[in-house]
Each structure stands twice: as C-alpha cells, then as structure tokens.
Design a binder for this molecule. Sequence first.
Ligand code: FAD
Ligand code: FO1
Length: 468
Amino acid sequence: MTFSTHQDIDPARHRLLWDAPAGAGPVIYWMSREQRAHDNWGLLLAQQRALELQRPVVVVFCLTTGYPGANLRHYGFLIRGLAQVQKDLADHNIGLHLLQGNPERTLPAFLESLSCALLISDFDPLRIKLQWRNGLLAGSRTPWHEVDGHNIVPCWQASPKREYGAYTLRPKLKKLLPRFLTDFPPLAVHPHSMPGLPPQSINPDTLLGLVQDTSVAEVTWILPGEKSARAMLTEFLQNRLEHYSINRNNPCVKGQSDLSPYLHFGQLSPQRVAWEVSHSQFAPETTEPFLEELIIRRELSDNFCFYTPDYDKVSAFPDWALKTHDAHRRDTRPYLADLAELEKAASPDLLWNGCQSQLRDHGKLHGYLRMYWAKKILEWSRSPEEALDNAIYLNDRYSLDGRDPNGYAGIAWSIGGVHDRPWFDRPVFGKIRYMNQNGCRKKFKVDLFLQNLVEKSVTDGAGDDSQR
Ligand code: FAD
Ligand code: FO1
C-alpha cells in the first residue's frame, strides 16, 4: 500500500507546541482522545513525518486509573477498545506502548529513553488534558505538534473566541467545511521497525484490576472498539438515519445513532461519520438534522470548553443567566433533593426516576430526556451551584459518554442558559428555559417509556458482566 503525499494532511489541522532539534529515534504519537488506528489525523501525521525521516512510529497511551469521574464502566470500554487498537497497529508494524500513571510523571523518561524525534499529541479542551500538556511543555526537549482529530474544523481554526450559540458558529463552520470535510488516507504498513522496544500485549482483565473505582458496572448493550463502532455506524446508516429527524426526540423509539460512547473515547472519528452520512443515499434534507447535531452542536461544545476555562462552574454562565439566578435564589423549591436521593432515582417524579435509572443502569440517557433530567435537578436544588455540581457528578459517573465537552456544554445549556436565550420569567428557573412533564407528555408516551424501561432492565442484562 502506498502512502499518500504530504498535502493530504492539511497543515491547519495541527499546530506547533514546541520547537527543538529532532532526536535520533522514532516519531512518537501520544494517543489520548483519539483511541483508534484508522481515520486518525494525529497518527497519520506521525506516520507521514516518520516516512520523511525514515524512522519508526511508536504510539504511547498513558493510562491513569484514577481519571476524574471515571470508574469500571468507562475503563472497561476504554481498555478493551485499546487492546484492539494495539492488535490493529501491530498489523501495520506500529507498536502501542502503555504507560501506567500520570503522563507528566511517565512520559518524559519514555521520550528521553527512545530519543524521540518528534512528538505528536491529540488536541483536547478539557482541564485535565491542558494540565498534562502544560506540565509536560514546561520541561519539553522534543519538537511537539498537537493535532485536532476530533473536530472536523480544527477548534482554533473555527473561531478565535467563545461563540454565543449555534447561530454564530454555524456560518463559520459552514464556510470551512468544504476544506476540512474530506475522506482520510489509509494508514500504511509502516516500513521502519522499532528496534529495542519489546512489543507489549494489553491484557484488559489485568489492567481492569487496577481501576480504583469499581462501584459502577460495565454495560453489555454496546461493544467497545473501532470495529464495533464502524458496525454501529453502518447499522445507523442503513436503518435509522432516514427517520432520524422524526424519531430522534422520541425516547420510546431507537431513533438516535448511539454513537456517542465511541465518539467520546475516540474509537470512531466524527469526520468519518460526517463523511459517510453526507455521501449516503439520502438527500441533504434528510441528513441535515443529524449533521447539525454531529458537527455544529458537537463542535460548539469544544468551542465552549476551549474558550471557557471554568466550563464546569456557574461563572461560565452568561450574564443574563447569572442575574436571573441571583434574582430567584430565595424562591421556594417544590421539592429539595439531596444527591443520595437523586443517585438512587428516589425523587417524587416517576419520569425523572426513569431517566436516572436509564442513566445509571444503561449508561446512556436518551438525548431529549437529558434536558428534562438536568432541568429538574435545577428546580430541586438549593442553588444553581449545587444543581450544576450534582448534574455533572451524576453524568460523569454513570454516562458512558460523560466527562466530555458535550456533557459540560449540555448541562450548562440546561441549567445556565449557555448557548440559549432568556425566556419568560418564572419561579426558581427565572429566565432559564423551562421544561416540565406536561411538555414531555405532548412529545412522547411517557408511560410507554417507563414501561419499556422496566422490561429492558429485565432483558438487557445492564450491569451484568456474565454476558461479556
Ligand atoms: P445522536 O442524536 O445520534 O447524535 C449524534 C452525535 O451528535 C452525538 O453522538 C454527539 O456527538 C452529537 N450531538 C448530538 N446532540 C448533541 C448536543 N445536544 N450537543 C452536542 N453534541 C450533540 N453528549 C455527550 O456526548 N456526552 C455527554 O456527557 C452529554 N451530556 C449531556 C447532558 C445534557 C444535560 C444534555 C442536554 C446533553 C448532553 N449531551 C452529551 C449531548 C447529547 O444529548 C448526546 O450527545 C446525545 O444524546 C448522544 O447520543 P447519540 O450519539 O445517540 O446522539
Ligand atoms: N485519557 C488518557 O489519556 N488516559 C486515561 O487514562 C484516560 C482515562 C479516561 C477514563 C474515562 C474517560 O471518560 C476518559 C478517559 N480519558 C483518558 C480521556 C478520554 O479519552 C477523552 O480524551 C476525554 O475524556 C474527552 O475529551
């Protein structure tokens, strides 16, 4: 297989973080957000540079078993997916090396020991990733490029500032999409082998034994890894894309793609999804609603986190939302929930309890209900601060796709009016957009949703590891 020429990787997809003379060893790709062998701009750039320099490519992943908010459910998905990436990369003569521990502690010695020629890493706007990156940059001796393999239009190219909403980001993305929404070149079998670094073999069961928080079980309805992700995409294109706009807001129907866990762990490229959808048999009117979510809404979330360092704090809310929250701090709440009650799905609201059960047992709450779930937490909390903390805690702990810019933006939208506008003033919510159960009853059959949930928990085996 021949490798495509340099111009295949648009230089605007990456940026130089640190300049220094190249070492004599391999090009190293530090995989983190993009956990896949294919359709991965970071890995493709590493291979391109290694071919120019006639060097091996080494991939390294730093596994921190105490990643904030993560537990067995998430590590199971991550580690089982990574084991598949390792095998796939081995078939391309590229080793994936796992370092256990915080990258700031483990990565410098690894780079040094191999005389790294050039380091390539994944862009990620989340705080922990910036801490890792900035900590490492302080002592860096290696030339280092960062690649945005998650956004179709690289986050820093799309906009130089925090956007007000989808309506301000959309035209900017649409202008740049013809340039960036391309197909990917294939990953080649790498011609230069890495001497002196014995191949590793990831054993998921051994590694999962190291996970600190084992209190939330893995789920079995979705299989981890790049192959399963592609199979889910194919199934969505064949069976569900056509009716997405009608079905997506109905939690009684399987109308969404269910791709978010794969996208969160980087087991599937959003650009691959967008490419396949826009080259499907369906007319633009059919595919547009899905692409609006996948591209505009998702990239708006990265824009929010990238330009808002306090993206998970009330201080990230717009001024009008801060003012309206202050004006309603003393309003009487219809019910005051504490975190333990919420976590147990023991509120007086059966629909909310159903949402929380789906999140807790299934590991993914339907998209429409996520808004209802978060807005009720606001209504029942002593303050917007408490509401935000509890919603983020529960989402990150139970959702397979949690700990993601989409989650921080979605919760900030629901509780703090981020990317939204002021609505009519009402108790507790102030001018934050209101939602209640009557609204849900107009949209879908609430009782059927609750009944399906009970039946599903019997047949699903959610949390039952014996089915793996
Ligand atoms: P589909 O409807 O099939 O959409 C395909 C993809 O488009 C999604 O995987 C996602 O990448 C993107 N997308 C869809 N809706 C949105 C949206 N509103 N904002 C940004 N991107 C979107 N998404 C997460 O990935 N992780 C989270 O933790 C998360 N938490 C949320 C919390 C709240 C309170 C709210 C209101 C939304 C949250 N979302 C989150 C956004 C959205 O609900 C999910 O992305 C979607 O339901 C995932 O299911 P799917 O892949 O089947 O979606
Ligand atoms: N990224 C890493 O580089 N190392 C980890 O050990 C790690 C653990 C982890 C656990 C749960 C989770 O949801 C994400 C985790 N990530 C880890 C990061 C992840 O791959 C994504 O980059 C971000 O969460 C999305 O921005």
